[in-house]
Design a protein around this ligand. Structure first.
Ligand code: KG4
Ligand code: ZN
Length: 341
């Protein structure tokens, strides 16, 4: 057996949206180095992510982040045994930048390339938080682009149980925040204001979809717009509106997650993605999980929002299972989970 110092390491790259990140990782669960550059400030003045600007920023960030991650890990490129990279879903130009960079590294180093599904990576982040997590479990991915529930079995095999039929939960929060005149990204702003607001002030609608495990948030956004037309927000009402709007989003998320757990007879729920950072969602899920006898696992915020450690965690598992890719691997704006890479 080789000493741990000589165990081939995984270098992982994430560049699918507005965070560029590089990780150096030792399987199964040790992050040795992690460097991240957020583009949030760059995109804020546009009120959302501008794809072309994101691609350029990824390109500028990758070299210094790679250097920083290697330095933190105390290793050189020669120690890298596998290169893992997000190949979708995401902004196609942004994904292409990371994928091309990863291909060049894998080819230059003569090591295998692994193409990782960004959503599967979000779920794999749970193992960095709870290495002893046992299959099967229920996973909820709630981000700016996705809102889905999966049954996850041995070997990270996914079955989708439900997803949003229109806006993602994070998108609903971001769009709601925009209507309230709050800066981008709106999710954390609403979270902050809601802490001192009355969540029962306005009865915003919940789309239960006849007990289906799918989600719909576009009607809620319309309800907010209509409410604001009739009752423009004032400094006195802003926090109540934010709290009531957020409650309508997280109530549906928590309720449907519990329906899915019951239907699938699963007793562990893993919650990941940027919206999993939401304080009220964490509180409500923990409460409801306690009542329903379902253990709720929510990794720390840094592992919930986009990062490269999660890509490494998923990539290392895929590499161990022989799921490596050729240099002809393509980038995908859309990519369902469980379709392989
Ligand atoms: O997973 P993520 O970092 O990027 C992708 O969409 O893949 O998620 C970003 C989303 C945004 O919609 C942002 O508003 C939301 O996560 N978000 C939050 C919070 N922090 C980030 N939503 C609610 N409360 C938060 N604290
Ligand atoms: Zn994400």
């Amino acid at each position: 057996m080789t000493s741990s110092l000589h165990t081939p390491l995984v270098l992982a790259i994430e560049s699918s949206c507005d965070e560029t990140a590089v990780a150096v990782f030792r399987a199964p669960d040790r992050v040795l180095g992690h460097a991240l550059a957020s583009q949030v400030e760059t995109h804020r003045r546009f009120g959302g992510v501008v794809p072309e600007v994101a691609s350029r920023r990824h390109l500028e960030s990758l070299d210094p982040l790679l250097e920083e991650a290697l330095q933190q890990a105390g290793v050189t490129l020669a120690d890298i045994g596998t290169v893992a990279v997000t190949r979708g879903p995401g902004l196609i130009g942004a994904v292409l930048v990371g994928l091309s960079y990863a291909k060049a590294l894998a080819w230059g180093l003569g090591v295998p390339l692994v193409g990782v599904n960004h959503l599967e990576a979000h779920v794999a982040a749970a193992f960095l938080h709870q290495p002893e997590l046992e299959f099967p479990f229920l996973a909820m991915v709630v981000s700016g682009g996705h809102t889905s529930l999966y049954r996850v079995e041995e070997g990270l095999v996914f079955t989708e149980l439900g997803c949003t039929i229109d806006d993602a939960a994070g998108e609903a929060l971001d769009k709601g925040a925009k209507l309230l005149g709050l800066p981008y990204p709106g999710g954390p702003e609403i979270d902050r204001l809601a802490r001192t607001g009355n969540r029962d002030a306005i009865p915003f609608p919940r789309a239960w979809l006849k007990k289906r495990i799918d989600f719909s948030f576009s009607g809620l956004k319309t309800a907010l717009r209509v409410h604001l037309e009739n009752h423009p927000a004032t400094p006195d009402t802003l926090n109540d509106i934010a709290a009531s709007y957020q409650e309508a989003v997280v109530d549906v998320l928590a309720t449907k997650a519990m329906w899915a757990a019951e239907r699938e007879a699963l007793t562990t729920l893993v919650v990941v993605g940027g919206v999993a950072a939401n304080g009220r969602l964490r509180e409500l899920l923990t409460e409801r999980g306690h009542t329903a006898g379902c253990r709720v696992v929510i990794p720390p915020v840094a592992l919930c929002t986009d990062n490269a450690a999660m890509v490494a965690a998923a990539g290392a598992r895929m590499a161990a299972a022989g799921r490596t890719a050729g240099l002809d691997l393509d980038a995908r704006a859309r990519l369902a989970v469980g379709t392989g890479a």
